[in-house]
Every structure is written in C-alpha cells, then in structure tokens.
Write a protein that binds this ligand. Sequence first.
Ligand code: HEC
Length: 142
Amino acid sequence: MKFNGSLALGVAAALCAGTVSYRVLAHGNVTPQAVDTSALPDIGETWLQHNPYRGNATATKIGESAYGQNCARCHGLEAISGGVAPDLRYLEVGDTGDEWYIQRYQHGSVRDGKVYMPPMGDVLGQKAGWAIRTWLETKHEE
Ligand code: HEC
C-alpha cells in the first residue's frame, strides 16, 4: 500500500512537469537556433513537398547539427526518442514520408490550444528542414 502511494505521487509529479513545459512553449520562450544553410543549393521560397537534398552529404552534415540544436530536446539525441515526442527513426522514408515530415516541420502540432510542437518553418526555413530530413533518413529504422 505504502509503495503504491509513492508510485502514484511520482506519476503525478511527472505529469505536472509536462504541463509546465508545454505552457512555457506556448509563450514562445524556446528560441530556435539559426541554421547556416549557405552551403546548400537554393530551392526558392515556395515550400516543396519532396526532399531536394536526399542523399546529399553536405545536407546530412548540416541536418545532423540542426537536429541536435532544434529537435533533440524533444525527439531525443540521435533521433532516439525518450518518450516525450515520437521517435523520428520510424518516419516513412521517400516521397510519402517527406510530405508528412515537412507538414509537421512547417506548422508544428497544436491541439486543443496546446502547443505539442512549435512551428519551425518560418523560423528555420525550408533548407534547414530538408537538411534535417536528409540526416533523419540515414537514421531510419523499420
Ligand atoms: C517542444 C518539443 C518539440 C520540438 C522542439 C520538436 N518537436 Fe517534433 N513533435 C513534438 C511532438 C510532441 C510531436 C507529436 C505531435 C502530436 O502528437 O500531435 C511531434 C511530431 C513531429 C513529427 C511527426 C512525427 C510522427 O511520427 O507523426 C515530425 C516529423 C517532427 N515532430 C519533426 C520535428 C523536427 C524536424 C524538429 C526540429 C526542427 C522538431 N520536430 C522539434 C515535439 C517537438
């Protein structure tokens, strides 16, 4: 009985911590880190639906560092999720996966007024988004 009680308390504390971090997010206190994408070919302003950099070694390198600075705190180091957010190693590869990926990257995820994931498109730009996707595909697992 005693053991069960403290277990329940621990769970409640964990849930509260989650709520707090979402509130901080909603107020925009998490600053995205700018990504230097000048080494990558320009792809214009219009958002593409498929990755123009797939397999590009420079994009992979830029994407790895951009992921570490902007995504890892939720999605986990090396794209291995600790459970806070989905594990991005399992995202579908190829064109179909690209469409879902870039939609989330660009607009984030807001449900019932809560920010689960902040939009990244305007702050980081699409070159950085596709670079991260290029790196993620090298980490893919079925
Ligand atoms: C503040 C935490 C947070 C950050 C930072 C964050 N995400 Fe997310 N992301 C989430 C959560 C939570 C979800 C699940 C959203 C939902 O369930 O509606 C998600 C979902 C996604 C999905 C869809 C995954 C799926 O399996 O459907 C993609 C793709 C994604 N994020 C990419 C990124 C990328 C790329 C970055 C960095 C540029 C990033 N995220 C930064 C929290 C975050």
